[in-house]
Write a protein of this length. Structure first.
Length: 154
């Protein structure tokens, strides 16, 4: 997978705070400086016969251990995995749509589709306010959903 298929480090931390606890095959680690966090893969590189054997809930690792070198600090789920977790565990759906101007997003209740937040014109396309990629729109929608969860105290 490509790096843009995974949530950013700030989103990974927000997911951890919201209770994300799914097994992942990647994690964020840093060498004593959280501003220099990078994504790493668990397990061994190369041909994986059973990818699930390398997945772990890196959010369950003791936070005090992150001061050691290369210790996983938090899980790095894919955007799809974060989107699915929000829908199944928090009952919030993040939808991405496209138009001639680019991509947008919407956050709604998963049970009945009631809109909670609509696209906010803060995309990377300065002319339209839309996003230039599906992944960047999904990432923005996930960020807004996590802010909503934090405000509600869930």
């Amino acid at each position: 997978m490509n790096p843009e298929d995974y949530v950013s480090y700030p989103l990974a931390l927000a997911l951890k705070k919201a209770g994300f606890d799914e097994p992942c095959d990647h994690f964020y680690e840093h060498r004593l400086d959280p501003n220099k966090a990078r994504i790493s893969a668990s397990g061994v590189y190369g041909e994986w016969k059973d990818i699930d054997a390398f997945k772990h809930n890196f959010n369950a690792i003791d936070d005090n251990r992150h001061e050691q070198l290369l210790i996983p600090y938090c899980s790095a789920p894919t955007l799809w995995q974060a989107q699915k977790w929000l829908r199944e565990k928090k009952k919030i759906d993040v939808l991405v749509w496209n138009c001639a101007c680019g991509y947008g997003w919407e956050v709604s209740k998963a049970e009945n589709g009631t809109g909670l937040i609509l696209f906010d014109d803060k995309g990377d396309n300065k002319d339209s306010g839309c996003w230039t990629s599906y992944e960047s729109a999904l990432s923005a929608g996930i960020a807004e959903a996590l802010e909503l969860i934090e405000k509600k105290g869930e």
